[in-house]
Design a protein around this ligand. Structure first.
Ligand code: GUN
Length: 283
């Protein structure tokens, strides 16, 4: 048996086309990304986000601050952007240099401009199952599952990884859709016992090939969120041999990756609806 591949590009392109239509209808959406320092991986991500934002007609500003920037300086910049009526959406790229407390910076964002959905207000709304700004990668995964009509109600879903960016929001979105959700992590005993029962398995750990074919339920849906740079190029958290066991599998690259940026742009549209009062932000 060979799994059906769930590729992200066609779905992402459709989302981006819809965003471009929304931007044209709204007239102006201002997105500011902030990159502190010159981490090469972050630089690549920011460039990709910018290119996509500009292509959709979003007015995107690529703000770069020096590695030595103090926490107070960054907080002052965030507050300035919070107050700027031309700015709908703000993204502070993580990780931040060690002298800056990330949690403090995330808390300084105006929740309705928090395009990443990282602010505790947004995380809390998600926890409560209320509509809000939700991190882009797990939203992208949900769109991929929906594209293939994957039954979630009553399904056993296993998420490997408990990060605030992917694992935790992913688990909440699956729970909202009535899946029975298990979160596994580095201390989980007998991981395979959990994964083998998973109708839907989402791997978001950052360990190349850690999900081996013998850990996958035959016919199950496997979503690989891992993007690991290795000597062999970009590889996921799932061993590609899992395609012989799974019913559906997302490839790396070309799977979840393109969805993250598309859903981030959708979030920017949502931010603009909040700022314009078309949607009520829950505050
Ligand atoms: N660093 C890694 N992923 C992300 C992301 O989705 N958003 C931000 N702001 N930083 C990141």
């Amino acid at each position: 048996m060979s799994a059906t591949l769930i590729t992200g590009k066609p779905i992402a392109e459709r989302i981006r086309a819809q965003v471009a239509e929304d931007v044209a209808a709204i007239g102006h959406i201002g997105l500011v990304t902030v990159l502190v320092g010159d981490d090469p991986a972050s630089d690549v991500y920011i460039r990709l986000k910018h290119k996509a934002a500009v292509a959709a007609g979003i007015d995107a500003t690529d703000l770069r601050l020096l590695e030595e920037t103090s926490e107070a300086e960054l907080l002052a910049k965030v507050e300035e952007l919070d107050a700027d009526p031309q700015v709908d959406a703000i993204l502070v790229q993580l990780p931040l240099p060690k002298q800056i407390d990330e949690a403090k910076v995330i808390r300084a964002l105006a929740p309705a401009k928090d395009v990443d959905g990282f602010h505790p207000i947004n995380a809390g709304q998600l926890y409560l199952g209320e509509p809000t700004l939700v991190p882009a990668t797990p939203r992208g995964v949900m769109a991929m599952l929906d594209e293939h009509d994957v039954e979630l109600s009553g399904a056993r879903a296993v998420v490997i990884g408990r990060s605030a960016i992917v694992g935790k929001p992913m688990a909440h979105l699956l729970l909202q859709r009535n899946a029975t959700v298990t979160i596994c992590h580095s201390r989980t005993r007998d991981l395979a016992q959990h994964t083998l029962a998973a109708d839907v398995l989402v791997a978001a750990v950052g360990v190349p090939g850690m999900v081996t074919p013998d850990m996958v339920k035959p016919g199950g849906v496997v979503i690989d969120v891992g993007i690991n740079r290795t000597e062999d190029g970009l590889v996921g958290d799932v061993d590609p041999g899992a395609a012989e066991v799974a019913g559906y599998l997302t490839p790396v690259p070309g799977g979840v990756g393109p969805m993250t940026i598309a859903c981030l742009l959708e979030n920017a549209v949502r931010c603009s609806r909040y700022r314009r009062g078309e949607l009520a932000f829950p505050l």
